[in-house]
Design a protein around this ligand. Structure first.
Ligand code: G5P
Ligand code: MG
Length: 252
């Protein structure tokens, strides 16, 4: 079994279950789950709630990091401002913004197994990640378009933790309330119908070269289906072949 630190990525269109699968991998195998969408939303939220405008854009460094993925005003004011405009329209934020944010997160996690959710999403991002490390596993989830639309419109999240619910698939114990903290759940702006359609349209074109790149490297594993619970045992087996599970939850 591998003793080296593992580097994994999950690719897939919006609503394909990347976050759900990553949550399970993190629980079962002790990976750090790093979601680009979650980091962006946290920066938007922190920016909006507590930061005065800042005149200069500064590079993130540990000096500016106040919590995992969250940077102090001088950095994230600009990141949050910019990201908000793109995310609400269902568009990708510019490569240089997300790459800088994610690579600085990874620099701080050199001694952990990690799993990227939502990054890289373009060839430019994949090439930037390439310069930092070699990947051990890349998973891509192929889910039919209609299934994706249905799922996203029924999704609710707990913003502070990033926990994801679905009113049919994994509903909270109490409607509208997070199971762990008892705090309210919200529906994200980019899960509204117009933004969902835009996100799904652009995914295919942008993801194709990224998928081809990882296929050519021999690290790509594709899973297709309409139910995460049916895909999960295959993902579990794939990871079990590389690393010993910290808990056995092959079935959900
Ligand atoms: P995000 O946050 O990375 P997306 O668009 O990649 O967003 P999303 O929406 O988070 O993807 P997901 O993680 O693939 O989807 O799926 P999920 O949340 O686990 O599952 C979706 C829903 O279906 C949930 O409610 C879940 O409970 C339910 N579900 C799961 N499995 C099943 C099932 O089997 N059956 C049923 N019925 N339900 C199920 O990025 C957001 C935005 O940030 C920017 C972009 O603007 C992006 O749009 N961004 C980036 N921009 C540029 N580059 C990057 N690298 C960027 N990363 C983020
Ligand atoms: Mg997600």
């Amino acid at each position: 079994m591998a003793s080296k630190l593992l580097r994994a990525v999950i690719l897939g269109p919006p609503g394909s279950g990347k976050g759900t699968v990553c949550q399970r991998i993190a629980e079962n195998f002790g990976f750090q789950h790093l979601s680009s969408g979650h980091f962006l939303r946290e920066n938007i939220k922190a920016n909006t709630e507590s930061c005065p405008p800042s005149a200069t854009f500064q590079r993130p460094s540990s000096e500016y990091q106040i919590a995992p993925g969250i940077f102090s005003c001088s950095y994230y004011h600009k990141v949050g401002d910019m990201a908000k405009q793109y995310i609400e329209k269902g568009l990708l934020v510019p490569d240089h913004v997300i790459t800088r944010l994610m690579l600085s997160e990874l620099e701080n996690r050199r001694d952990q197994h990690w799993l990227l959710d939502g990054f890289p999403r373009t060839l430019v991002q994949a090439e930037a990640l390439d310069k930092l490390c070699d990947l051990d596993l890349v998973i891509t989830l192929n889910i039919p378009f209609e299934t994706l639309k249905d799922r996203l419109s029924r999704r609710w999240i707990h913003p502070p933790s990033g926990r994801v619910y679905n009113l049919d698939f994994n509903p909270p114990h109490v409607h509208g309330i997070d199971d762990v903290t008892g705090e309210p759940l919200v529906q994200q702006e980019d899960d509204k119908p117009e933004a969902v359609a835009a996100r799904l349209r652009q995914y295919k074109d942008v993801a194709k070269p990224v998928i081809e790149l990882y296929k050519s490297r021999g690290v790509l594993h594709q899973f297709s289906g309409t139910e995460t619970n049916k895909i999960w045992p295959y993902v579990y087996t794939l990871f079990s072949n590389k690393i010993t599970p910290i808990q056995s939850k092959e079935a959900y």
